[in-house]
Design a binder for this molecule. Structure first.
Ligand code: HEM
Length: 530
């Protein structure tokens, strides 16, 4: 011991050590409370209400079992596609839910780390939970909001409460029939360019292309031009970064919901953050260009409407609060991604099914010939394409690009007389399971039968809430009319120009990467019809 140190200094050191120990103890206590005590209480509340499910293990919850994936994939080779490609995909895309469903039924609780989730694949139960619930009363799972922040920020998809009402109110007019009509012109232009490119690439009237890649580019260009008025070059840059971000976030083994999970894979966390920032910067430049251009008040696309709302704010005539720059960027990100990915996938899965069932290719071609003929495609003609509607809904049923819908309870929800879903419970509504459930659709549930949608947009599903391709209630997809129009414009134009068959190199492996996509793309052989 230092003989020159006064006893007061020694006392100070002891005090410091004591303070540090108390702080460490308090922090440890808080972490333990948030990560163990609260989830354990939640677990017993859910069990008391009668929700069974797989037993969670702290701190991973049920993630261990969820990671035991399924790598089934089928190569077409020289076999007949209809013999080897099966549409019963639930156990392929969600092997763990399929296993748990057999053990615990269509409603059960499971855990992503320390986050409780209620799994729902029973439309009757869903109806009871959703009954009387307004769009603004629902939350979105906080754990996903945080994880997907670089991709969607706090845009319309993720925002809640009064903020959501305000945004939805501003954005809805961007999808009015008059705007959609203007967008149709851009759709025709972009599709014409794609068709010309395919024709130019053809060798002896035949070409193998990755249809998924092609449609992602086409749908990206359409949303970029129609909603943001930006050039193909800018669009390409944003799309490339969005795709890289999607692969970083969703094509990896991660521990979403596990406390401090970002430290388990720092490289991916940093990469996602960096890509998110780069996308923000690109979108920011697009917004600034528009603000500085003379078209800010005349171009009434999505970006124009968002900026106009802010201008109104300046002279005090806006409906609500001004959007901050951050909020503007988040909306652009949300619509850039949401506006092209799902539509591209709906078109992609459609071409796989039409390539497998050429008789439907032919039926659609005859319908287009009958409705459009030699005239220029006009939006007024689209409702006449009835069989195309049936095909679209049947594709959205068998290969729903949006494979689930998520919610978070913002208050205790009482159902029946004795069941309580505690406030804060996340809900995972398994759309793929309901779409492939023989109890809802009958024994031919896994067959491609578009005619089930003849005269019935629910496809004769036995429950009103059993078919939710665009979600439900007030939070139903805002872009669905745009999607339906784009689907019909693109399909009409390419089906009258080309025929399609499945390439022997196609590997059938539907995979969830936020959306439902063909894991190895969709190579098709296309042949010119004239
Ligand atoms: C095949 C195409 C599409 C499918 C299957 C699809 C599906 C969905 C689903 C299931 C939801 C969730 C609804 C809920 O939480 O209940 C949703 C929401 C949303 N979709 Fe789509 N969508 C498609 C196309 C589009 C397009 C083209 C756009 C934009 C132009 C878009 C933008 C959005 C937005 C912003 C939301 C959030 C709405 C809100 O919470 O208020 N979607 N979509």
């Amino acid at each position: 011991m230092d003989p020159h140190r006064s006893p007061f200094h020694a006392h100070d050191d002891l005090l410091l050590v004591a303070i540090v120990m108390i702080l460490v103890f308090v922090m440890f206590g808080r972490v333990l409370f948030a990560c163990y005590v609260l989830p354990t209480r939640f677990h017993s509340k859910l069990r008391k209400s009668g929700f069974g499910g797989p037993s969670p293990m702290f701190p991973l919850g049920n993630i261990g079992e969820m990671k035991k994936g399924n790598s089934n994939s089928v190569v077409v080779g020289s076999s007949k596609t209809t013999d080897i490609i099966h549409h019963d995909i639930h156990a392929t895309v969600f092997p763990y839910f399929s296993r748990w469903q057999r053990l615990h039924g269509k409603v059960f609780a499971y855990w992503l780390g320390t986050e409780p989730f209620l799994y729902i694949a029973d439309p009757n139960f869903l109806k009871e939970v959703a009954g009387g619930m307004l769009g603004k009363s629902w939350g979105k799972p906080g754990v996903f909001k945080k994880d997907r922040e670089p991709m969607f920020g706090n845009g319309l998809l993720m925002t809640e409460g009064d903020k959501w009402v305000h945004r939805r109110h501003i954005i809805t007019p961007a999808f009015s029939p008059s705007h959609l009509k203007e967008m149709a012109i851009l759709m025709v232009e972009s599709t014409t360019k794609t068709i010309s490119r395919w024709s130019a690439l053809m060798d002896c009237g035949k070409l193998e292309i990755d249809v998924e890649k092609e449609f992602t580019t086409l749908a990206g260009e359409i949303i970029a031009r129609s909603s943001f008025g930006i050039s193909p070059g800018d669009c390409k840059r944003v799309l490339e970064k969005l795709r890289a971000l999607q692969f970083t976030l969703f094509n990896s083994n991660r521990y979403v919901g596990v406390p401090y999970n970002k430290f388990a894979y720092p490289h991916k966390t940093l990469k996602a953050k960096r890509l998110g920032k780069e996308i923000d910067a690109l979108l920011m430049a697009i917004i600034t260009d528009r603000v500085n251009s003379s078209t800010v008040n005349t171009q009434r696309d999505l970006l124009g409407l968002l900026l106009e709302e802010n201008h109104r704010g300046v002279d005090g005539r806006h409906h609500g609060k001004k959007l901050t720059t951050r909020e503007l960027v988040d909306e652009c990100k949300t619509f850039f991604f949401g506006g092209h990915e799902t539509t591209a996938l709906a078109l992609t899965w459609t071409l796989l099914l039409l390539a497998m069932y050429p008789e439907w290719q032919q039926q659609l071609r005859e319908e287009i010939e009958h409705v459009v003929g030699d005239k220029e495609l006009d939006t007024a003609m689209l409702p006449g394409l009835k069989k195309m509607d049936w095909v679209m809904y049947e594709v959205l049923r068998l290969y729903s690009p949006a494979p689930n819908v998520q919610r978070q309870a913002r208050k205790d929800i009482r159902i029946h007389s004795n069941m309580v879903i505690p406030s804060g419970t996340n809900m995972w509504i398994d759309v793929v399971s309901m779409n492939h459930d023989p109890d809802l659709w009958g024994e031919d549930v896994n067959e491609f039968r578009p005619e089930r949608f003849k005269d019935d947009t629910s496809g004769r599903c036995r429950h009103k809430m059993g078919f939710l391709p665009f979600g439900f209630g007030g939070r139903m997809c805002i872009g669905r009319n745009l999607m339906m129009m784009e689907y019909k414009v693109v399909l009409s134009m390419i089906l009258t120009r080309f025929s399609f068959c499945v390439s022997p190199s196609y590997r059938h492996y539907p995979l969830i990467m936020l959306s439902l996509r063909p894991a190895h793309g969709l190579p098709l052989i296309i042949q010119s019809l004239y």
